[in-house]
Design a protein around this ligand. Structure first.
Ligand SMILES: NC(=O)c1ccc[n+]([C@@H]2O[C@H](COP(=O)([O-])OP(=O)(O)OC[C@H]3O[C@@H](n4cnc5c(N)ncnc54)[C@H](OP(=O)(O)O)[C@@H]3O)[C@@H](O)[C@H]2O)c1
Length: 324
């Protein structure tokens, strides 16, 4: 495993584990996954040197936090635990109460990273950061992070908190490289961290899905990326991943992760539906891409231009109606 070179109290593995999948209906993995496989994934992650676990109060409405906490048990003391608050009522007392509630669901004494899940469009961050600051002073929260924040708002958040906001958790993969415009450069310049969520583009980059084999769960049925047209458009990128993977006796998904973590400020938090996927993802830390391979994948990813936004909406809705 590789670890971030940061002055955090506990070390943070560059490949972490995302746990939205734990106990949440939208991934559709069912009760046996939530009851057994999820725990086995966490235990195996620990064995493989993963120290970074990401959850959120909203995942499975608290189930993910509970499953993760139970699976970690005493190891909670040594790993880097990250959870998130959904800032629906972002006033300081509510933030404090929600932080305490998350810690209690997980069974943790400290939240190593407490993140604002997304910017509240109507309320600026002064109030939420007052709550975060109180949680830091009480010792319940160590580092504060944000998620889905623009650079401007990340900086404003730091000013409101009065100290660093360690990380910004954003969608970042070879299928979506927007964070490179300003967030990644900011993290480099100021010693901050980019946490890449959906680093496998929710499975698109694993090369398992195509027009005739589309995933059926609601997360991906409602995602523009998995429209038949976009699966076709991704063929070039997936084929480039396959070629590089062959040279490393690896898989496309491992190469997709290795590409991201080549950057020293980036950590990834792929989700996993099986222990085997987790093992494969952890092993991506051992892959060293050459400069040529890195560039080739960057070029291929720039050529990938999926149908997104308003243009994708009627197609997603049409697809849903056809499958009723
Ligand atoms: N902050 C936010 O707003 C936000 C948003 C989204 C996610 N997140 C966090 O980021 C984490 C990861 O993102 P994500 O779950 O959206 O997407 P992801 O990690 O890109 O994709 C996860 C899915 O890819 C497939 N997969 C994983 N490893 C694989 C492997 N080695 N080989 C083949 N398939 C593999 C699995 O699905 P199948 O086996 O079913 O194909 C798995 O459920 C989440 O768990 C969550 O913690 C945060």
């Amino acid at each position: 495993m590789r670890y971030l070179d940061m002055d955090t109290a506990k070390k943070v593995s560059k490949i972490g584990l995302g746990t939205w999948q734990f106990g949440s209906r939208e991934w559709g993995y069912g009760d046996s996954y939530a009851g057994a496989e999820a725990k086995a994934i966490v235990r195996r992650a620990l064995e493989l040197g993963i120290t970074f676990f990401d959850t959120a109060e909203i995942y499975g409405f608290g189930r993910s936090e509970r499953i993760l906490g139970e699976a970690l048990g005493e190891d909670l003391e040594t790993i880097f635990l990250a959870t998130k608050i959904l800032p629906v009522m972002p006033v300081a007392p509510v933030v404090e109460q929600r932080g305490v509630a998350s810690a209690s669901r997980i069974g943790a004494r400290t939240l190593d990273l407490y993140q604002v899940h997304q910017p509240n469009p109507a309320v600026r961050d002064g109030t939420i950061m007052r709550g975060m600051r109180a949680l830091q002073r009480s010792g319940l929260v160590d580092e504060v992070g944000v998620s889905n924040y623009s650079l401007k708002r990340w900086i404003a958040g730091e000013q409101a908190l009065g100290t660093r906001v360690l990380s910004n958790q954003v969608r970042y993969s070879l299928a979506d490289r927007r964070p490179e415009r300003d967030l990644v450069p900011y993290a480099h310049a100021h010693g901050r961290v980019i946490i890449a969520y959906s680093p496998l583009a929710q499975g698109l980059l694993c090369g398992r899905y195509d027009r005739s084999n589309r995933p059926t769960n609601s997360v991906r049925r409602n995602s523009a990326l998995f429209l038949p047209e976009n699966l076709e458009r991704a063929a070039g990128l997936i084929s480039a991943l396959r070629q590089v993977a062959e040279a490393h006796s690896a898989t496309p998904s491992q190469v997709a992760l290795a590409w991201l973590i080549r950057d020293p400020v980036v950590a990834v938090i792929p989700g996993a539906s099986t222990v085997a996927q987790l093992e494969s993802n952890a092993a991506a830390a051992d892959i060293d891409l050459t400069d040529e391979q890195y560039q080739e994948l960057a070029d291929e990813s720039s050529r990938f231009s999926p149908v997104t936004g308003p243009a994708a909406l009627p197609r997603i809705i049409g697809g849903r109606l056809r499958h009723r």
